[in-house]
Write a new protein. Sequence first.
Lengths: 532, 264
Amino acid sequence: MLAHFWVAFVAFLGAITLGAWQMYIRSPLHAWVNNPEYYYRSVTAHGTVMAYVLPTLVAMGFGYAISELALKRPLIGLRWAWGGFGLVVAGTVLAALAMGLGRASVLYTFYPPMIASPLYYLGVVLVVVGSWVWVALMGINLRAWKRDNPGASVPLAMYGNVAGAYLWAWTSLGAAIEVLVLILPASLGLTDTINAGLARVFFSWTLHAIVYFWLVPAYIAFYAIVPRAIGSRLYSDTMGRVAFALFLVFSMPIGIHHLFADPQVGSGFKFVHAVMTAMVTVPTFLTIFTIVASVEIAGRLRGGTGAFGWIRALPWDNPMMLAVSFSFVMLGLGGAGGLINMSYQLNETVHNTQWVTGHFHLIFAGAIVIMYFMVAYDLWPQLTHCAPLPQGLMRLQLWLWFIGMLVLSLPWHWVGILGMPRRMAYYDFTHPDLHPQAWTVTVSTFGGLMLLVSALVFVFILATARRGASAPAPYTFSASAHPGARAPLALNGLGLWVAMMIALTVVNYGYPIVQLASLKEASVPIIPIGSR
Amino acid sequence: MSTGNGVARWSVIALVLLSLASLLVGFVWLPSVHADFSAQGLWASICRAAGVPAQWGDPAERGKLASTSTNVVLERSMAREAPPDAVGRGGTLSTQNCTMCHGPQGMSTSGAPNLAGQYPEVVIKQLEDFKSGRRASPIMEALAKNLSDRDVADLAAFFASQPKARVAPTTYSEALPALVRVGAPLRNIAPCISCHGGVDQKLGAPWLEGMPREYLIAQLHAFAGGTRHNDSHAQMRNMARAMTEPEIAAVADFYARKGPPPER
């Protein structure tokens, strides 16, 4: 587990440095980037690490930890887990090699007909296959526990963990098919055309639900760690299960909202996917309600009274309290922006602008990654037997991350509405139309620098944790406010929800995939990167 | 136990109802208010909403519209290295009609474009366009008319095998003219080196290093004025139209800056 976290955070540190460089190089503080290829190479590396390597390793490490701590038994298949980890690391190294050589500047979203070196795709495939080992192990461990504890409620943390694993197994299939069936043959030179529209539909299969795979560890932390860490109880265990089950059903068959501007998909499917996207706000609202209620319990236990008095009574010097508040603020802002993205009509106004970049940085890098930090802080004493981590430094790190992320992404939202396109290596700030927007890019650069400093502090805290002599106190997850309540049968297993997820996927994706796959004219010549 | 089943049953029913409702709205109700969708009845409107490729306009007119700039579809197979016999045949062919203007080894001394080291798919595309009249030139149209597909491929193979006018490709440097290096983003002019070598070399984009200056200027003017229009996506017409005269001169100076290598 420790190995997972370390590889994840070291890669994260590298990628965030690239991110800060990208922000600086395209700001008015620096001349236009020497060679735009370097810029896109950097964007590819930043995206690949942040989207695939970091969250996958955190989910895997956290998942193994949950399996041992929540089920209170050693992990079954430890050797396999190391094998999976080895695959992820090998894949990361392969992909890094291809990106470093400039043979893979296709961005992490692949964008066929651009074709990168096969090494890059093989690297990504290895990362994904490594994570499938984790999926299988999570399923096996849960099954074994259920067999030995017939009729008992599955601990909520494990329930969410396995829900996340199954979600990932199904959603990663889209990109896996895209890479194995469409892209790799072209990358290996077996064919020189590619069905780009179909490839984009397959990628959208993965692209949206992957963000819920990133999100699940953060939500597990909300439900299973936050109430305990601030001296409270979880308001409703069942609501947590409902949220995870709804994520399983609705996060997958909605990816076509990434293709609103793509001509190859029919408008009917675009509309249906927009409706289903609206449905994923439900588990998020449920979560916010439940966690705020749980936090209120803490405030009232500490003597807070009145409609708002409990807020003042909260343990504000506790880093976990700080983190969950920051996370909710960023989730709220980013979620409100997301409602605009998912609307079939409003999307037109922000499509491919910096607004979108601002949105997903606020949600993922903001609301979710700040909870990854907390997961690491919370587990560190268990994993390394270290002395308690320095609270002051943790608070500083969280404040820096929160303010840095707002300073980075709010200007992006603003200029996105003004029409600034995303994925540009440089902007001509001397032009009278652009000059008034130049300051926003400078502001974002400082936000990026704050994030870099925050990331350095984060790794510093973990790296300098002193090994304590005494064994840590036994690890616990949040206790429920209504102890002893049994989860409804349907919410103690995942079978029903997985079946609904697959059925809905077939309804929402079946026809577009079959239709595009059978369209002979849909193939276009490939564009290998760096071939000449 | 019963609550478990109740939750399951109601979840499934709710999901089915939600799906049906959104399908009805997306495939029937919303298209019904668009004349384009509903003109041919309910079933056609559902098909359109599902993304079935639709035929628009008069089928007889379609062919004419589709082929205004070029008939050539660039394929990567055109860019492959040819076998030696093709190079030999191309060399023989080149002595008949090409060398007078384009030079014995594809190095022009007359203001005609150099063909030495040109990418094969470029030569193929231009010859095919001359043949079909998509690119206008009294001389080249007449000469290309008699070439078979194999002749065209052989000539392309021969010229591709010859040493280039300038061996070193453009690599990125701050000293390059602005338009070559970074283009002009707000005028939608892409940097030359993002297609013509330097940052990337796109299929069908010619090797420009060492081309005669007058030829480059004439072609940019022809693209800007629309007398040359065989760029399949109007990419060069759009670039050239946005360029000023001094910019055209600067770019042409740059690519012509090293003329032919010393006499052999």
